[in-house]
Design a protein around this ligand. Structure first.
Ligand code: ADP
Length: 719
């Protein structure tokens, strides 16, 4: 009988256990949330053991309190949090506690409880949750009940580790998604500050934390971007000294707020927790970012947290590296443009002061300085020849720069780098660039000019800035040298044009004053020639005097064309008749000359006095450079009046034709034969013809003869 009862009891007990296990399993299937799971089983357990209360506690933050997270009760409930001490501490330490007789303090068991059993749910060797089953009567729990409860606790532990794995996996996925979103947003950023701000905003939003980014500026970390949650009153400090932080910045891993010493920790995190992640760019420490959260991101598994923030840091590093490269490229392009503009400006300036002023402005804008000046040695002091902004000389004087002493060029022994940017005043806030020696002074190893650049802030100029100033300095030095040369050239030009003027005046005076007496001689010669029978001597005197008159006329016109040019007194004339008159006069009705006149009168507008020279010259040349007949034809061709003078004389070598119309241009055959001539006749003729908008051309074959053609535009009516 007894055996049967025992078997029955065991069977009942086993069926209760399997029911309980089935319930745990079912719960687990329904939900993978830990709290839901625990809430689901308390009522089942309470009912199965006919207990008055079944409660699950969870270890609270800081481990000082336990929090009720699931409760099934037939009577009064428990307060939400209970101190984690006494029996409860033992249970969370891993013990199962059977309380047949409760002490007075029965908080974990509930009011009215007379007996109880408490057992931990062990997950991965650690207790986060514990269950207490309590009874209002002083019952003694059977061993079998305790056994069943142990089996139950074991299974709940397994179920909890499942949910934990699941939750962790879910959390990881969430983190990966957050990371992806941050990276995606960073991809659209260009500038360093934009990257930092977008990063802070996105991280704060994604993780529900405060986020600030810092960059290293000398001995300090300066805040560049920050994003705080609405609920946050704390603001991370905007400037933090490096010394205490450096050991953490040099780590590859993110550092937990708790590990930092109090000084930087408080400034960065206040009372909260979080992480500090160092940032490197191109292998060099660049700064750090800080993520701050009240819970200190406690719910994250430590290894997940490390991996996550390290990855986040690498993505930010990549974005920053790109932004840096982008900004550098942008700056280079701007610099190139500024330097090119400076070069263009140099070309457009011929005066020192405006040029120096403009270059000072360029220098200031290149390196974001407030004031610049150019000093130049004047023989006994350096004087300012151009400037931008105010007060740089005072700064210079205060720094001990002696403008009355001529500076020495650095010795060649100075290192290349030092020579590249010779800073005479090695103070923060300003830089002095010596400009290469100028053309006006080629003696000694001294420096003639300086470009001085000053900032109102006591910053040191960056290497890039110095390089740029050096390049601008080279341009400026070149400009100064050019200006020197330009001035020297101007002086030489002035001297030259003065002496030219004198020469022209002299020539004009001579030509003019020669003509008077010569005309008188000519007059007497003509009288003599008419009175007596022609004597050879008088004829020779007459011819040579005529030549002298022509020469003096040529000289006068030459002087006029060289200096101010000449004016024309135009009138409408019959070109044929005009040519005929000129030819008769110049050939003295020589039988060698035939004139072919046009059928209709050909009218032109011209300065007859001047144009006579052209006709005289061409006809005289034809007579001079030939011995046979000369044919002069006048005709109209299209809208032009033409005069052609042909001879069968010595001709002109083909390759010398273009030189005949230049000043003093003579053909080699004329020289060889010793035919007298000055080589200015055709040059002057061309000037006169050009002034009439006419043309003069020559066709010639050596030893056969030449043909000179002069054309003029017909009057409008005629054309
Ligand atoms: P000039 O006759 O006083 O030397 P021109 O200027 O009138 O100076 O002529 C320039 C040169 O052109 C002459 O020296 C001569 O060599 C050449 N020349 C001009 N006309 C003729 C011509 N009809 N036949 C050959 N050579 C000529």
């Amino acid at each position: 009988m007894l055996e049967t009862a025992r078997i029955l009891e065991i069977a009942q007990q086993q069926s209760r256990e399997s029911r309980l296990l089935a319930m745990v399993n079912e719960r687990l299937h329904k939900s993978l949330d830990r709290r839901e799971l625990l809430e689901g089983i308390v009522e089942g357990v309470r009912a199965a053991f006919l207990a008055d209360r079944c409660v699950v506690y969870e270890r609270g933050a800081a481990g000082k309190r336990a929090v009720v997270i699931a409760e099934a009760s037939t009577g009064v409930g428990l307060p939400e949090t209970i101190p984690l001490d006494g029996d409860l501490r033992k249970v969370f330490g891993g013990l199962t506690l059977r309380r047949e007789h409760l002490p007075e303090r029965a908080a974990p068991y509930g009011q009215g409880a007379r007996s109880a059993i408490a057992m931990p749910f062990i997950v991965d060797g650690r207790v986060e949750d514990a269950m207490v089953l309590s009874f209002n009567d002083a019952r003694s729990l059977e061993d079998s009940d305790v056994g069943a409860l142990r089996v139950l606790a074991f299974h709940v532990g397994l179920a909890l580790s499942n949910t934990r794995l699941y939750e962790r996996e879910r959390e990881r996925r969430r983190q990966a998604e957050s990371l992806e979103r941050v990276v995606r947003i960073l991809r659209d950023t260009q500038y360093v500050d934009e990257v930092l701000l977008v990063f802070a905003v996105t991280v704060s939003h994604e993780l529900g934390v405060d986020c600030a980014a810092y960059s290293i500026e000398g001995e300090r970390l300066e805040r560049r971007a920050v994003r705080l949650r609405e609920s946050t009153a704390f603001v991370p400090e905007d400037s933090i000294g490096r010394p205490t932080l450096d050991p953490f910045l040099s780590l590859e891993e993110p550092s937990d707020a708790e590990t930092l010493p109090p000084r930087p920790r408080h400034g960065l995190f206040g009372e909260a927790g979080g992480v500090l992640v160092p940032l490197r760019i191109e292998g060099r420490l660049w700064g750090a970012f800080v993520v701050r959260a009240e819970s200190g991101l406690a719910e994250w598994a430590p290894e997940d947290r490390t991996t996550f923030f390290r990855t986040l840091g690498s993505h930010l590093e990549i974005a920053l590296t790109n932004a840096h490269a982008y900004e550098r490229e942008l700056r280079r392009a701007q610099e190139r443009e500024t330097l090119a503009e400076a070069a263009r400006t140099i070309l457009s300036h011929t005066a020192l002061q405006p040029l120096a002023d403009v270059m000072c402005r360029f220098a200031a804008s290149l390196v974001h300085a407030e004031r610049t000046c150019v000093l130049r040695w004047t023989g006994n002091a350096y004087e300012r020849v151009g400037s931008y902004g105010e007060g740089i000389e005072e700064t210079l004087a205060a720094s001990g720069f002696d403008t009355t002493r001529r500076a020495q060029r650095p010795s060649p022994a100075t290192s290349a780098d030092e020579r590249r940017v010779q800073r005479l005043i090695d103070g923060p806030g300003y830089v002095v660039i010596p400009l290469s020696r100028t053309a006006s002074d080629l003696s000694g190893d001294t420096i003639d000019a300086f470009l001085i650049v000053g900032s109102l802030k006591p910053v040191r100029f960056a290497r890039d800035d110095l390089r740029l100033l050096q390049e601008l300095g080279a341009l400026l030095a070149l400009a100064l040298r050019n200006l020197d040369l330009y001035e020297a050239m101007q002086r030489a030009n002035r001297a030259l044009s003065e002496s030219n003027e004198f020469k022209d005046d002299l020539l004009a005076m001579l030509a003019h004053d020669f003509k008077g007496p010569l005309t008188v001689i000519l007059g007497y010669c003509e009288l003599l020639l008419e009175a007596s029978e022609t004597s050879d001597e008088v004829t020779r005197i007459f011819e040579q005097t005529n030549r002298l008159v022509r020469l003096s006329e040529d000289a006068l016109i030459l002087a006029q064309t060289q200096s101010e040019g000449f004016s024309l007194a135009r009138e409408v004339i019959d070109f044929g008749a005009f040519v005929e008159r000129c030819v008769h006069a110049v050939s003295r009705n020589s039988a060698r000359v035939t004139i072919v006149m046009p059928e209709q009168p050909v009218m032109v507008e011209c300065d007859a006095n001047r144009f006579r020279h052209v006709i005289d010259n061409v006809v005289q040349n034809a007579l001079k450079y030939s011995e046979g007949d000369v044919k002069v034809s006048v005709f109209a061709d299209g809208d032009r009046a033409c005069m052609e003078v042909e001879d069968r004389g010595i001709g002109i070598p083909q390759d010398e034709l273009p030189t005949l119309f230049t000043r003093f241009g003579r053909a080699s055959n004329a020289r060889r034969r010793g035919i007298a001539g000055s080589g200015v006749g055709l040059y002057i003729s061309k000037k006169i013809v050009d002034a009439h908008r006419g043309t003069v051309n020559v066709r010639s074959i050596e030893h056969e003869g030449s043909a000179f053609t002069v054309t003029l535009p017909l009057t409008k009516a005629e054309a």
